[in-house]
Design a protein around this ligand. Structure first.
Ligand code: PGA
Length: 255
């Protein structure tokens, strides 16, 4: 299975000029790495407003990267002020959409039901959801008994995928799942790879051939450890805003 490296820029950088600079930096640094990397899947997820511009830069460059959005709405059109539809994203050349990120769940109050509607809408448009699941420290309950953590993850996964038969998404190769322990996101406190592996094994029972990524305080020093325990790639936040570090992560996990 190919390796995924997904950069989630979140609400960054502050201006379009800085976003273009970040892309230029990534392109420049990728030029230094061998062809071998080209078969892997690199995905950049800038804010909505920068998608077109980054797409143009991708087209002009010889870099093989794909475009992802960080969110979308589930309706196709209509009176939904401020929203963006999967179809709109598709028309800009977007391939992936991050859904169910813990920041959306927590700060914007997205429920399992809303996330499920978004997953269905994104699949309908033949875009690929990168579905995030993960527990808070509180939800995890006792770390000795893993059941609190697994129950939370199972609930998020099953509710997000309600109405989708296993065979349909597996055949289409149309879903990516990211395990992102909430307490590890943006904290410089990554989940221990062996502990993350327990969730990977648990998720694998349900997800069969679906790529499963790890996310949460990934950097170039720890990136390889998650691939070694069996993850199919990484979802990177903070470190994806530093072009050199992002490409270093790429090099670490592929070569
Ligand atoms: P982080 O974010 O790498 O900054 O921890 C990961 C994410 O939120 O996807």
């Amino acid at each position: 299975m190919k390796i995924f490296l997904v950069g989630n820029w979140k609400l960054n950088p502050e201006t379009l000029a800085k976003a273009k600079n970040l892309f230029d930096g990534i392109e420049k640094n990728f030029k230094k790495i061998p062809e071998a990397f080209k078969k892997e899947e690199i995905v950049l997820c800038p804010p909505f407003l920068y998608l077109s511009e980054i797409k143009n830069l991708i087209l002009k460059s010889r870099l093989k990267v794909h475009l992802g959005a960080q969110n979308c709405f589930f309706e196709e059109k209509g009176a939904f002020t401020g929203e963006i539809s999967p179809k709109m994203l598709k028309s800009l050349g977007v391939k992936y959409v991050i859904l169910g990120h813990s920041e959306r769940r927590k700060i914007f109050g997205e429920t399992d039901e809303v996330i499920n509607k978004k997953v269905l809408a994104v699949l309908e448009e033949k875009l690929i959801p990168i579905l995030c699941v993960g527990e808070t420290k509180k939800e995890a309950g006792s770390w000795k008994r893993e059941d609190g953590r697994m129950k939370e993850i199972e609930r998020q996964l099953k509710n997000a995928l309600k109405g989708i038969s296993n065979s349909s998404f597996q055949l289409q190769n149309s879903l990516v799942v990211a395990y992102e322990p909430v307490w590890a996101i943006g904290t410089k406190n990554p989940c221990d790879p062996e502990s993350a592996k327990k969730v990977l094994v648990f998720l694998r029972k349900f997800l069969k051939e679906i790529p499963i990524l790890y996310g949460g305080s990934v950097n170039s020093k720890n990136a390889k450890d998650y691939i070694k325990v069996g993850f199919n790639g990484l979802l990177v936040g903070g470190a994806s805003l530093d072009a050199k570090e992002f490409v270093k992560i790429a090099r670490e996990i592929v070569l």
